[in-house]
Design a protein around this ligand. Structure first.
Ligand SMILES: Nc1ncnc2c1ncn2[C@@H]1O[C@H](COP(=O)(O)OP(=O)(O)OP(=O)(O)O)[C@@H](O)[C@H]1O
Length: 307
């Protein structure tokens, strides 16, 4: 089994409205999968279907090698989730909330509650009523609740939403620990690029309900996103030299006489020499790499760097 979770043309319509259309996503065991998209893109809708809270209009979900149906109780036990902001009994303590949840779900034992509290760094606050918890503590309590069943896969919908930078970092560090030390595969959604960029192994970018791109961070770092940027006085002539004299096609005009060349074989010395020999004055030439931000922008036309 290559993927522990994958979807095939997953679609959700409510009345006439298309919330999510033909989404194919693929999550490998042991990775952190960042599910990235602007507000309203369809992240929560997909996650609700993955966790059986919503029934897809069409398409399939394969979880641990089995097609998910409303009766897939056994495979669903192997997954923990936190969809949207977690709610609790505010007058009860953190520990009591976890205990109650465990009892209700049928997997309560003292150790699982204490371990979840410890991992999420909530032991010292465990006897306080949840109404005294900060937003970040509530998010962490929500994750503690989701890992009590010792899941192999954890699905988290915007767990850093509304947190300050320190709270966000705490959650990011925690997700890395859950993945590397506890071997939990994690799917985490966010509309904030930097949240995903720093922890994910793979990103899926969704926009207007459609998956725009699924790509590993390694591929983003290593492959076709490296380019040579050249700024010239005579852009038209430069394009002529690149295409007609050098036979290049994989380049694009950016703005103000700047051209990006994506050919892995091209070198800055070869390009500047060829341009100069053909009377194109080069003002700047250098190598650069597109970041996930460039990528995200290109695919969605918007970017949120709010932290
Ligand atoms: N119950 C519903 N009925 C009709 N439309 C809905 C319903 N729930 C969500 N939507 C719409 O579906 C689209 C996708 O919403 P969704 O909550 O999945 O996006 P999201 O990417 O999670 O965004 P956000 O980060 O803002 O929660 C939005 O246009 C939203 O208004």
């Amino acid at each position: 089994m290559q993927y522990i979770l994958q979807t095939n043309q997953l679609t959700k319509r409510i009345d006439e409205k298309e919330l999510v259309v033909d989404v194919d996503l693929h999550i490998r065991k042991g990775e952190i999968y960042g599910f990235l998209g602007p507000n309203g893109a369809g992240k929560t809708t997909v996650m609700k279907m993955l966790t059986n809270l919503w029934k897809p209009t069409s398409g399939t979900i394969e979880l641990f090698g089995e097609i998910l149906t409303p009766k897939s109780y056994e495979v669903l036990k192997r997954m923990g989730s936190m969809i949207e902001f977690p709610t609790f009994y505010d007058h009860m303590t953190g520990r009591e909330n976890l205990r109650l949840h465990g009892e209700y779900m049928g997997y309560y034992n003292v150790n699982s509650v204490e371990e979840a509290l410890r991992i999420l760094d909530l032991t010292s606050a465990a006897d306080q009523p949840v109404k005294r918890y900060s937003l970040g503590m509530k998010e962490r309590l929500g994750i503690a609740r989701a890992i009590m069943c010792k899941p192999e896969l954890l699905i988290l919908d915007e767990p850093t939403n509304g947190l300050d930078p320190a709270g966000m970092k705490q959650i990011r560090d925690l997700l890395k620990t859950l993945c590397t030390e506890y071997g939990i595969t994690i799917m985490v959604s966010s509309h904030i690029l930097s949240e995903i960029e720093s922890i994910a192994d793979t990103v899926g970018i969704i926009h207007h309900g459609r998956m725009r791109k699924e790509i590993s961070m390694r591929d983003i770092e290593e492959s076709n996103l490296n380019y040579i940027e050249v700024t010239v006085l005579d852009e038209k002539r430069a394009v002529y030299v690149l295409s007609e004299k050098l036979g290049l096609s994989n380049f694009k005009l950016v703005e103000g006489g700047t051209i990006r060349i994506y050919d892995p074989e091209a070198s800055t010395s070869q390009l500047s020499k060829a341009l100069s020999l053909n009377d194109v004055e080069v003002l700047f030439i250098g190598r650069n790499t597109e970041t996930l931000e460039d990528y995200f922008l290109k695919l969605t036309g918007e970017v949120d760097r709010s932290c």
